[in-house]
Design a protein around this ligand. Structure first.
Ligand SMILES: [Zn+2]
Length: 249
């Protein structure tokens, strides 16, 4: 149903010009990752601000760690889907490709994407609350809260309510948006947080294309809506781009 729109988009995308893809929870939902929390589960009783804020962590680090451990265990079962994999292949075709994601589940890097800006951090990175050193860990833990070797508390290196964006990452994201020729906005529907600010940076010069199941709050800001699951439309777009791109000898 999107065939014509996707073919036109494939024609308009110049693989030698900067391409930005901005992703949100929708692309992960197709991998079975529940958005933020399971409304029927144990964690539904808790306020998100309690589980994902510096104040909540100071008040009850054990509770916060149990919540993140449950999410890590759930995410260990999740696999990248065809939408994630299409973005890996698209990156390989493009000379200047930036993937900006709001997701903390690490599925883009698990799929093989290289130039990824994880704006909200990653649930697979741990940070020492004393030294601020960070590292990748896919460990599951037995006792909570989790401590660093130095004795200080560890925390997940994700952006919590009320915290500032990582400045270096934010600058790189803004810069990528400012020079983009095309921006694909995938699976993010709200103008919350950083999305509207990023789209503002690109709206003057770039073609903005929304990939969402239905029209959303960002539709008015975008030039085109490709309605439907990204796990279908992104591989289709990739195929059209590949068919117009001469293979390298
Ligand atoms: Zn430490």
């Amino acid at each position: 149903m999107n065939t014509e729109a996707l073919q036109n988009l494939a024609k308009a995308i110049d693989c030698s010009a900067p391409l930005v893809v901005l992703t949100g929870a929708g692309i992960s939902a197709e991998s079975g990752v529940r958005t933020f929390r399971d409304p029927d589960g144990y964690w539904a009783r808790f306020d998100p601000a309690e589980l994902a804020s510096p104040e909540g962590f100071r008040r009850d680090p054990e509770l916060v760690w149990r919540w993140y451990d449950a999410r890590r265990r759930q995410l260990l079962q999740a696999q990248p889907n065809p939408g994630h994999r299409a973005l890996v292949a698209l990156e390989a075709l493009c000379a200047d490709f930036t993937l900006i994601t709001q997701n903390v589940d690490g599925l883009h890097t698990a799929a093989g994407s290289q130039n990824v800006l994880e704006m909200h951090g990653s649930i697979w990175r741990l940070r020492c609350t004393r030294s601020t050193r960070e590292w990748v860990s896919r460990d599951v833990f037995e006792s909570f809260p989790v401590h660093c070797q130095c004795g200080a508390l560890l925390r997940p290196a994700v952006l919590w309510f009320g915290e500032m964006y990582h400045q270096g990452r934010l600058q790189r994201a803004l810069e990528a948006m400012r020079k983009a020729q095309t921006v694909l906005v995938v699976g993010t529907s709200g103008m919350v947080g950083i999305v509207s600010g990023l789209l503002d940076q690109a709206s003057r010069q770039a073609r903005l294309v929304e990939f969402n199941p239905n029209p959303s709050h960002i539709s008015a800001a975008c030039d085109t809506l490709i309605a439907g699951p990204a796990g279908e439309s992104l591989p289709q777009l990739l195929q059209y781009i590949q068919s117009k791109t001469p293979r390298r000898p």
